[in-house]
Design a protein around this ligand. Structure first.
Ligand code: BJW
Length: 249
């Protein structure tokens, strides 16, 4: 059994509004690779500038679309893990729960969380890169293209522009409504739990700082040290799939 500090248990029991902020680490135990982990992270094998920018898509749409199709197929084959399920269950234990994620997968929703703010968009909701019209995938499980295989993006039925992944690339603004909801949930909570993020990508990485400045206690769950170690009131070192179920029972 995990030994939790008394003050943390009290903060959790007395919290009126808990906000959970997640990054790629919360999906790691579902088999979805993180970005920056040294050997297993996506960026250990692929250059972010070559894939996760509007310039990369403009230069080589099939390379970028193929990479996201590979990741989408992997996410569709993955299942929520005990961390996603514990976050969904937490909603039944506290008066108010907000969930903010940087992840583009849908594993929080598949675990039962609702109203999740997706700061970096959604893998499953592509749109036209020219006119913005949402585009729907045909039903069914896609073939998993080999990592690095080019796949020509579909054409928009309205304007014939290339369809792009529904994610937020470097240099692009975050979706305004989801950012606003995230800021409100951050400023309004009394306990802010940050899980599985390196907190290196802005503006999302500001949120724990904002929470602390607004008077919330900050709990960090991560197996590694991060940029947030000095901001957090408590740092629990370990995998989310072990720590979160221990907190929520
Ligand atoms: C476990 C675990 C287990 C492992 N359990 N944990 C201020 C300063 C400097 C730069 C900037 C700044 N403000 C903006 C910028 C530029 C840029 C930026 O932040 N750059 C930094 C890298 C320096 N930001 C942007 O460009 C943003 N846009 C913007 O600012 O727009 C301004 C604008 C306004 C108006 C008009 C136009 C523009 C957009 C950022 C978008 C980021 N997108 C990505 C890709 C999404 C698509 C895709 O999926 O491909 O989002 S980047 C990538 O990083 C992805 C993630 O959501 C994001 C965060 O990563 P995360 O989740 O933290 O993952 P990792 O891998 O870093 O960490 C995993 C963690 O898990 C580790 O700590 C592990 O230890 C841990 N872990 N196993 C728990 N089992």
């Amino acid at each position: 059994d995990l030994l939790l500090p008394d003050r943390l248990l009290t903060a959790l029991r007395e919290a009126r509004h808990v906000t959970v902020f997640t990054g790629a680490g919360v999906s790691a135990e579902s088999g979805v690779p993180t970005f920056r982990d040294a050997h297993t992270g996506l960026w250990a094998r692929f250059d972010p500038a070559a894939l996760a920018t509007p310039e990369a898509f403009a230069a080589d749409p099939a390379l970028v679309w193929g990479w996201y199709e590979w990741r989408r197929a992997r996410v569709m084959r993955a299942a929520p893990n005990p961390a996603h399920r514990a976050i969904a269950a937490l909603a039944r234990h506290v008066p108010a729960l907000s969930v903010i994620t940087q992840n583009v997968d849908d594993l929080h929703e598949r675990a039962g969380s609702t109203g999740v703010a997706h700061l970096h968009g959604r893998l499953m909701q592509p749109r036209c890169s020219v006119c913005g019209q949402p585009w729907r995938y045909p039903p069914g499980m896609p073939d998993e293209p080999a990592a690095g295989r080019r796949v020509t993006p579909p054409d928009c039925p309205r304007c014939a522009g290339p369809i792009r992944p529904g994610v937020v690339w470097f240099g692009e603004p975050l979706p305004a409504d989801e950012w606003q909801r995230a800021m409100a949930a951050t400023a309004g909570c009394d306990l802010f739990i940050t899980v599985g993020t390196s907190a290196l990508v802005y503006p999302a990485a500001q949120l724990p700082q904002v929470a602390a400045e607004q008077g919330a206690r900050v709990l960090q769950l991560n197996p590694q040290p991060t940029a947030l170690d000095t901001i957090a009131d408590w740092n629990l070192l370990g995998p989310a799939g072990t720590l979160l179920p221990a907190l929520v029972h």
